[in-house]
Design a protein. Structure first.
Length: 283
């Protein structure tokens, strides 16, 4: 492995673009000493580190329209749109078994990024520090979108989606010593996030946790600043960015399997076309 880090953005079901990218990495034995991933990006990274090619895509194909996986019944019953028991226990333990042994044996350092609801700051859970159940809880926390998910308790803290505090944790990777990074984004180059329109609702809904409310409201600013920083890194040759082309669109909670297949296939095609550049970058 080179000294190049890998950063994987989330973005809900748009993250199937990254699923395609990471499957091509597996096809070509491209490994990294360090991975930092957020939200659905963490879902992708789990299967990548466990070397289970196609696993994330298969789960989406099989269960995205299963109400046990995602449905308003779950939201009413347990406060989570994504069914906690089904998604984080039934699927990885029985239906599409997660290879925890290979995941644990991997030499890749892995940070799962979540947001601390009490401070509004990012929390980076490291693979080697967590037991199996805690790992899955960190994954759930990283992917728990506000309003449609409950806060996830881990070791006395409460956490939500990592994208609220640090959507693209490239600066964290650099702090850890990985000065060059491959960054997988799920939006096209022209995208910039706009300020949200529901500040009052956010402040009221999370009035007991004002710091995480503020993180939600100001997220757009940090996100856009990070994209500008990534542009600078690209210019210097310190980052290689893999992202979809403009016009490739899918919703955060998309259920149309044809659309999901297109975004996944686009990630595969884009990465195959960049393979020589990727390998040269990692030397």
């Amino acid at each position: 492995m080179s000294r190049t880090g890998l950063i994987v953005e989330g973005g809900g079901l748009r993250g199937l673009f990254a699923s395609g990218v990471l499957d091509v990495f597996m096809d070509n034995s491209i490994e990294f000493p360090y991975v930092n991933a957020v939200s659905f990006g963490s879902v992708n990274a789990f299967s990548y580190i466990s070397k289970q090619r196609g696993r994330t895509k298969k789960i989406m194909d099989d269960y995205i329209n299963d109400p046990r996986y995602m449905g308003f019944g779950n939201l009413l019953k347990e406060g989570n749109l994504f069914g906690t028991e089904f998604v984080y226990k039934t699927v990885p333990d029985f239906l599409n078994v997660f290879d925890m042994e290979t995941f644990r044996k991997s030499k890749t350092r892995f940070h799962i990024t979540a947001t601390d609801c009490r401070t509004g700051k990012p929390a980076y859970f490291e693979k080697s520090d967590l037991e199996k159940e805690e790992l899955l809880e960190a994954l759930r926390a990283s992917s728990s979108l506000p309003f449609i998910s409950k806060m996830v308790p881990i070791r006395g803290g409460l956490y939500l989606d990592g994208g609220l505090a640090d959507s693209i944790p490239v600066k964290k990777a650099m702090e850890e010593g990985y000065r060059k990074n491959i960054i997988v984004l799920t939006r096209d180059r022209s995208y910039r996030k706009s300020p949200g329109k529901f500040r009052g609702m956010i402040k009221w809904a999370y009035r007991k946790y004002p710091n995480v409310a503020e993180a939600m409201i100001t997220r757009y600013r940090r996100y856009n600043e990070t994209l500008d920083f990534i542009d600078e890194l690209e210019t210097k040759g310190d980052a290689l960015v893999i992202r979809p082309e403009k016009g490739i669109k899918t919703g955060r909670l998309e259920r149309d399997l044809e659309k999901l297949d297109r975004i996944y296939s686009h990630g595969v095609e884009k990465t195959v076309n960049l393979l020589n550049e990727i390998k040269e970058f990692m030397k």
